[in-house]
Design a protein around this ligand. Structure first.
Ligand code: GTP
Ligand code: MG
Length: 634
């Protein structure tokens, strides 16, 4: 965020521009000065704000009007670059110098110099200006009375300062104010005409307030204020200072202090006060700590920290990410029912500029009977988001204040990037905890019912009417005594599956409808086309086994097909009978995803195949019984 500061000195001839520059550099008053000083660059480490600073002089004698205009345009152009977030941007300020003993040089500020600098600029895009009254050694009393009306007239005037090149009074201050005007501009924060914070600033400070209010009582307690102070400024407030702050707010507002803590209004008032007293760098420090850019948007550096995800790797929330999200859940689950009602969810995301989760979340994860997202469902949805779109996930964690609350460098510390899947395959083991299963089948096979059953819903009865369709469902399953996340994604073979990459996943679940004679043929062809030669494990699922089974119009029966291709036998599923055997299919899928190398060698269970061989027209209910027997035999 360190951009160069460019300070341009303008003003009537002989007001002392060149002398001011030379005094700063030489630390003594030069009796003789050239009409124009060379451009001076001050290295970052000797400036108060640690930013490289260029000081540019102007002389009417040496520079034509055109050259001057170019100099200002140079400043302007850099300003707009800056707005467009160009990384190499320079920010700028103009010091209009006048002679405190010469009224005419003051008049010209209004009539000539400010119109010249900002006459064509639109509101909000003006170059900040500092008024500099030089030769204060020649006058007792100040020029403030004459200057104040000008300051009131032009909101781009950041501040004014009286100084003397001769006795070196306020010289370094002048350049410090100039730097400050650039680095901590007032304009984005405060409207001097309305004497209040601008809407974007209120929005940013409100987000900061909600993040800092850790117990969600809409009041910043002493503990919360101290923590806030510490994360922004590095040290807690002294107890007395804390009391003073509250007293000031209490005296000046009707609702700024409640239950011995600061309300949002109190917090906003406090920042207004900082700015009105010229301490806007305090507000800027707070805003920057929470990730804001000069335009009061969060910076890309903050929202999108770099995270390299090599091909073959996936992204998962780690322990730290989970912990942060759980604390957030606990904070916003106000009625402590372990579920987020729509309004609780809205509050949780009130610090985001948009709602990160759409209405499809109600289909993707487990919900209560009232259709609220359960604690478990909430963590599942985050897991899904980290898996599917890590950059979005990092952005959302950024909005929620992850780096500030966890005191981490960035959101990436919430994420584990897993080892390449190829390496997992080679080593025959995986540390991953999230697996993707594509549920593939023709239209109407019952994929959605299968997905909804996974998150504990009966598709006909309990899908939330306000939810939007989601092709995903996510839940956890126990595999080898470990809890694993399994993502199911339904894929309609007739509409999708055009590219080979559509096939990629950790396990493919090919589903056919036992009541539709054409159904299996689709699965078989998808298998041959995409999975037969791949190392992706496949599991066949026979759906709607509560209905009577029809013969599949395919060269061989599904069971024969599986046997031939060394696939596990088709697993029977019915969304009407959600018993343990139906549920064990999900475990079986996760298991196949975790141990892809064991796929195909899973056929030790010959007794199963003997039974299947009894006949292809296995009645559905019998199918259940057989399956159960098979499970018990394992
Ligand atoms: P141009 O280059 O012609 O635009 O003038 P300038 O604004 O650069 O003014 P310059 O620095 O040349 O100073 C003009 C005269 O004012 C010189 O004689 C300086 O010595 C004198 N001067 C500058 N600053 C001060 C000051 O703070 N106090 C006093 N008493 N004289 C000053
Ligand atoms: Mg000069």
């Amino acid at each position: 965020m360190k951009q160069d500061v460019r300070i341009l000195l303008l003003g009537e001839p002989k007001v002392g521009k060149t002398s001011l520059i030379m005094s700063l550099v030489g630390e003594e008053f030069p009796e003789e000065v050239p009409s124009r000083a060379e451009e001076i660059t001050i290295p970052a480490d000797v400036t108060p704000e640690k930013v490289p600073t260029h000081i540019v002089d102007y002389s009417e004698k040496e520079q034509s009007d055109k050259v001057l205009k170019d100099e200002i345009i140079k400043v302007e152009r850099r300003m707009s670059d800056f707005d467009m977030k160009f990384s190499s941007s320079q920010a700028n300020v103009v010091c209009v110098v006048y002679d405190v003993t010469n009224e005419d040089t003051i008049d010209k500020i209004r009539t000539k110099w400010i119109p010249l600098v900002n006459g064509d600029a639109e509101k909000g895009n003006k170059i900040p200006i500092i008024l500099v009254g030089n030769k204060s050694d020649l006058r007792c009393g100040s020029s403030m009375e004459t200057i104040l009306p000008i300051m009131n007239q032009f909101s781009e005037i950041e501040t004014c300062v009286e100084c003397s090149a001769k006795n070196l009074k306020n010289i370094s201050e002048l350049f410090y104010y100039a730097q400050k005007a650039v680095l901590h501009p007032t304009a984005p924060l405060y409207d001097p005409e309305d004497k209040q914070l601008k809407p974007l600033c209120v929005r940013a400070l409100s987000r900061i307030f909600y993040i800092s209010d850790q117990d969600n009582d809409r009041i910043l307690s002493d503990t919360e204020l101290n923590r806030f102070q510490k994360s922004c400024f590095g040290n807690p407030l002294a107890p007395q200072a804390l009391e003073d702050v509250k007293t000031v707010v209490w005296k000046n507002t009707s609702d700024g202090v409640q239950d011995n803590g600061l309300t949002l209004n109190g917090f906003l008032f406090l920042n207004t006060l900082f700015i009105q007293r010229g301490r806007h760098e305090t507000t800027w420090t707070i805003l920057r700590k929470f990730g804001y850019h000069d335009n009061l948007e969060l910076t890309d550096d903050y929202l999108y920290p770099e995270l390299r995800v090599p091909v073959g790797s996936t992204t998962e929330l780690n322990q730290q990410g989970h912990q942060f999200l759980q604390q957030l859940f606990d904070k916003y689950d106000e009625d402590k029912d372990s579920a987020l009602s729509p309004s609780e969810l809205r509050n949780l995301f009130c610090v985001c500029p948009y709602m990160p989760w759409g209405a499809e979340v109600y289909m993707t994860v487990a919900t209560t009977d009232d259709g609220y997202i359960t604690n478990h469902g909430y963590l599942c949805q985050w897991t899904l988001s980290a898996y599917l779109d890590i950059h979005r996930c990092l952005e959302h964690l950024g909005y929620l204040g992850y780096p500030i609350l966890t005191e981490q460098q960035s959101q990436t510390s919430a994420i584990t990037v897993t080892r390449d899947r190829e390496v997992d395959l080679e080593k025959c083991q995986t540390q991953r905890s999230v697996f993707l299963c594509k549920v593939i089948g023709p239209r109407g096979t019952g994929k959605t019912a299968f997905l909804q059953a996974f998150v504990g819903r009966n598709v006909e009865k309990t899908v939330n009417p306000s939810s939007a369709f989601s092709p995903y469902a996510i839940n956890t399953v126990q595999v080898s005594k470990q809890e694993k996340y399994l993502i199911l994604k339904e894929v309609d073979v007739e509409a999708e599956f055009l590219k080979a990459s559509d096939a990629s996943c950790d396990v493919a679940c090919l589903m056919y409808d036992t009541g539709d004679p054409h159904s299996f043929d689709y699965c078989a062809s998808i298998y041959k086309q995409h999975y037969m030669e791949s190392n992706i494990p496949c599991v066949l699922v026979a759906s709607k086994v509560d209905l009577s089974e029809v013969k599949q119009l395919h060269g061989m029966t599904p069971a024969e097909f599986c046997y031939k291709h060394r696939l596990p036998p088709p697993l029977p599923f019915s969304s009407l009978f959600l018993d343990s055997s139906s549920k064990s299919i999900y475990t079986r899928l996760a298991w196949a995803a975790m141990y892809p190398h064991l796929n195909g060698s899973d056929m030790s269970n010959t007794s199963f195949w003997l039974r299947v061989a009894l006949g292809s027209a296995v009645v559905a209910v019998l199918g259940f019984a057989i399956y159960r027997a098979a499970v018990r035999l394992k």
